[in-house]
Design a binder for this molecule. Structure first.
Ligand code: ZN
Length: 143
C-alpha cells in the first residue's frame, strides 16, 4: 500500500491544487515512517516569491514538524525534478530519499551535473507520464 506510486499520487493532488490557483502545477509531499509530515505545492505567484517552490516549503514544514533541521528517515515525493535552488536546499537537509516524477531537462539539477547529499537515494520516473502531462498542459494553455 505505501508504495512510491501511492505517495506520488498525493504529490500530484498537490500539483492539481496549484493548477487551480493558476500556479505552475508542481506538488510535493514528505513522508517519514509511512506518515505524511509535509504537503505543499508551488506558490510563486500567490506569494510573489520566486523561492516559493513546492520543495522549499515542504522542507521548511517537515523540519518544523520534526523539530530539527535534518530530514533523516524522510522521503520527498516531488512531481517534477527539483531545480538548482531546491537541489541545494535538499542537499543541506540531508534528506534520505527523493522520488521524482518527471524530469526537467532545462531547469532540473541532473543535467547541470549537480547531485544531492551523498547519503540521499534518488528514484526517477515514478508516474512520469501524469507528472509531465500536467505541466505540459499548463504551458500549452498559456500560449
Ligand atoms: Zn525549485
Amino acid at each position: 500500500m505505501f508504495t512510491d506510486e501511492y505517495y506520488m499520487k498525493m504529490a500530484l493532488q498537490e500539483a492539481q491544487t496549484a493548477l487551480e490557483k493558476d500556479e505552475v502545477p508542481i506538488g510535493c509531499v514528505i513522508v517519514s515512517n509511512n506518515r505524511v509530515i509535509a504537503k505543499s505545492h508551488n506558490l510563486t505567484e500567490t506569494l510573489n516569491d520566486v523561492t516559493a517552490h513546492a520543495e522549499m516549503q515542504a522542507i521548511t514544514s517537515a523540519a518544523n514538524y520534526l523539530g530539527g533541521k535534518y530530514l533523516q528517515n524522510c522521503t520527498m515525493y516531488v512531481t517534477l525534478e527539483p531545480c538548482v535552488m531546491c537541489c541545494g536546499a535538499l542537499n543541506w537537509s540531508q534528506i534520505s530519499k527523493v522520488v521524482i516524477g518527471a524530469r526537467d531537462e532545462q531547469r532540473g539539477f541532473i543535467n547541470k551535473h549537480l547531485t544531492l547529499h551523498p547519503k540521499t537515494e534518488i528514484v526517477l520516473d515514478v508516474l512520469e507520464a501524469q507528472c509531465s502531462q500536467i505541466v505540459k498542459d499548463f504551458f500549452q494553455n498559456k500560449r
